[in-house]
Design a protein around this ligand. Structure first.
Ligand code: SF4
Length: 508
């Protein structure tokens, strides 16, 4: 009978087949880069939680990887019996099920000694699966005779502002779940016995893929479970703005391919996308596009930001997950169509916000439209900077007032089959501006890579040589974003002609 960890019980809650595969065929699991990144965020927040809950460093952290399971459980039992200091990663084992608690804090009230159990999460609120997690953890602790006075989830408080000097008190907000962990003991017991039944079987459960494959986590076995499934040639996922109601209607109609969706279920825009996709034709409403952007004047600026949003802020005055701008690229187009480029990139390791704000004010001049792609994002960053640096606020608001968004123009007037339902600039570019390509870039090719490159570049362990390499990659990447906007602007004005770009490789 295999021993099941808490995460396997949670896997069972998501899908019994997932649990079975985790136990019997773990080699088939392929975690997406997003899932792996979320593990890293979890470790980062976990480290800070130890500093918060153990400011005098009196606690003990149990290291199961180094010491092995038997020693870890023995040490946990001893420390919990002593009840003298905080314990991190304390192990509990009962009925073939194990769990490790992030934080155990001793509570002394008169003669009574008990424990406060804390599960640390990097999200900004409590999710349903966090509740399941704490319910399992508490169940096992109580089954081992641990006197729990409380059980809670500590999650990130996104309104907290980092005061600096390594003071992270206030980063985490606690939600007390003690009552429900007691009430749900019967439920947890049923999950544990159900999970063991599945894990003990030699037969793989027969379960079809469905919504459970993506909720609450992206399942790492999707590739395996879909191995015999022939993907639709023109997936319905390429349709824009599909409502939950439409999704259900498509499913009920058995329509996975654009050709199979009943006509009456589609909006006008969705029909347009379907028709041009099936005919392999570019849709381009030249006149409307031209009208939307012509007459805006010169010089015309094309602006794009890169930001970093760490769960644990490293600069005073920042909130958790706040988007901190560290780079912009700006192309300035004269009425002669002469193009100038300028940029800002701060890899000093200091808070780039103020130098960024000053540089963007300086670079954008005082007149002329400022074109961006998805104005909500750039406007939000500029507003946040204006709120932080009041002396710069009028100039930043001047820029906001000059912003013209190219995204709604693209959404309304342009669609090429190679976009596969996406209007991100990277999807629109191959058809609208075929001479530019993100594939030609070295290293950094998307926003996620830019964030990682920035984090690596400001890390003190990074060599000067590597930092310069990253600087070059970041500069080229952001520069291409604004050059792409210039190309799009020209395409909308009819100055260059869109082409039929090939569909992505997986759909050829
Ligand atoms: S991919 Fe879906 S069906 Fe397959 S194990 Fe995961 S959740 Fe279950």
């Amino acid at each position: 009978m295999p021993t099941l960890s808490k995460s396997k019980i949670i896997a069972f809650r998501q899908c019994p087949k997932r649990l079975w595969l985790e136990v019997h065929r773990p080699e088939l699991r392929q975690d997406s880069p997003a899932t792996q990144a979320s593990f890293q965020v979890g470790y980062q927040v976990g480290d800070i939680a130890r500093r918060i809950y153990d400011p005098f460093e009196a606690g003990v952290c149990i290291d199961v990887t180094k010491d092995g399971f038997p020693a870890a459980f023995k040490q946990s039992a001893r420390l919990l019996a002593e009840g003298a200091r905080p314990v991190f990663e304390a192990g509990f084992k009962s009925d073939g099920t194990i769990a490790f608690a992030d934080v155990m804090i001793p509570v002394v009230e008169g003669e009574c000694r008990s424990w406060k159990m804390v599960e640390v999460k990097s999200s900004t609120g409590v999710k349903d699966y966090h509740r399941d997690d704490v319910a399992v953890q508490s169940f096992l602790a109580r089954a081992m005779g641990v006197n729990l006075s409380s059980a809670c989830v500590a999650h990130i408080d996104s309104s907290w502002i980092y005061p600096g000097r390594g003071d992270y008190v206030g980063l985490l907000a606690e939600s007390d779940l003690t009552g429900e962990t007691i009430e749900r003991a019967g439920e947890v017991s049923a999950w544990i016995s159900g999970a063991h039944k599945i894990a003990d079987s030699n037969l793989e459960p027969e379960i079809e893929t469905g919504d459970q494959c993506h909720t609450p986590f992206e399942c790492g076995f999707c590739g395996y479970c879909n191995r015999d499934k022939v993907p639709p040639e023109f997936p319905v996922d390429w349709l824009p703005r599909v409502t939950p109601k439409q999704r259900i209607a498509f499913k009920t109609a058995g329509a996975e391919d654009l050709r199979d969706v009943p006509e009456h279920l589609l909006s006008q825009k969705q029909r347009l996308v379907r028709d041009h996709t099936l005919r392999n034709e570019v849709f381009f409403d030249r006149e409307t596009a031209k009208m939307a952007i012509s007459g805006s004047g010169f010089p015309a600026y094309f602006l794009d930001f890169e930001t970093s949003n760490r769960p644990v802020p490293i600069w005073a005055g920042n909130r958790p997950y706040q988007q901190i701008p560290f780079q912009f690229s700006l192309h300035k187009l004269m009425d002669s169509l002469l193009l100038e480029h300028s940029q800002f990139l701060d890899l000093s390791g200091n808070d780039p916000s103020r130098p960024f704000a000053e540089a963007v004010i300086d670079a954008c001049g005082e007149v002329g439209p400022v074109f961006v792609y998805n104005a909500k994002f750039e406007k939000r960053i500029l507003r946040e900077l204006a709120a932080r640096f009041l002396d710069l606020s009028p100039a930043l608001h001047e820029i906001i007032n000059r912003i013209i968004d190219l995204l709604p123009v693209a959404e309304k007037c342009f669609y090429a089959p190679s976009q596969c339902g996406s209007w991100s600039i990277k999807s629109v570019l191959p058809a609208a501006v075929p001479e530019l390509s993100y594939n030609d870039l070295e290293g950094v090719r998307d926003g996620g890579m830019a964030v990682n490159a920035f984090a690596e570049a400001i890390d003190q362990k990074t060599t000067a040589e590597r930092k310069e390499e990253l600087r070059g990659q970041l500069s080229e990447y952001c520069k291409l974003d604004t050059l792409a906007m210039v190309g799009l602007w020209k395409c909308f004005l009819g100055l260059n002609k869109p082409e039929i770009a090939p569909l992505p490789a997986s759909h050829n």
